[in-house]
Design a protein around this ligand. Structure first.
Ligand code: NI
Length: 174
């Protein structure tokens, strides 16, 4: 396993539309293992393969919500070739962040519940109905597969402000 460098906006590679996975092999297993390791290391709650420069339709999510003792519990989820359907009319606003837009947060409105059809790591098909943070997170990650970042949901002015702040923070760190 390996921790990969996460691409950051405005890297054009984040704009690439990801292609479906066709073979469920050892290469896919390695990609998924690397994605989890990279996400936990960052740390973050979701990662799309394209964020580590692999434009394949693979997402990993782990909300790492607190268990009874208050410690975060790992519950790793993998979505290969996911497709969303039946979004609710009801919307939910969440202050989103993204490992490709580090330390920047903004309110984004999305359907509050959603259904997903996807394959697991072995290629088996599944369907699930999602709500809450998981529904928000999955929709955010799905956007990555189409080359869309959460800041693309903001007004142009807000988006440019975020990108400017990002650039400034990068210069400071350099
Ligand atoms: Ni993201």
């Amino acid at each position: 396993m390996a921790i990969h460098r996460i691409l950051e906006a405005p890297d054009p590679r984040l704009k690439v539309v990801s292609t479906p996975v066709e073979t469920f092999d050892a290469e896919l297993d390695t990609l998924i293992a690397d994605m989890f390791e990279t996400m936990y290391d960052a740390p973050g709650i979701g990662l799309a393969a394209v964020q580590i420069g692999v434009p394949k339709r693979v997402l990993v999510i782990d909300l790492q919500e607190a268990g009874e003792d208050g410690e975060p519990v790992r519950k790793p989820l993998v979505f290969v070739n996911p497709e969303l359907f039946d979004p609710s009319e009801e919307l939910r606003v969440y202050s989103e962040g993204c490992l490709s837009v580090p330390d920047q947060y903004a309110d984004v409105e999305r359907p509050s519940t959603i259904h997903v059809r996807y394959r697991d790591q072995s290629g088996n098909s599944h369907e699930a109905a999602l709500d809450g943070l998981l529904a928000t997170c999955l929709q955010h990650e799905m956007d990555h597969l189409e080359g869309i970042l959460f800041i693309d949901h903001l007004s142009r002015m807000k988006r440019e402000m975020v990108l400017k702040k990002l650039e400034k923070a990068r210069r400071r760190a350099a």
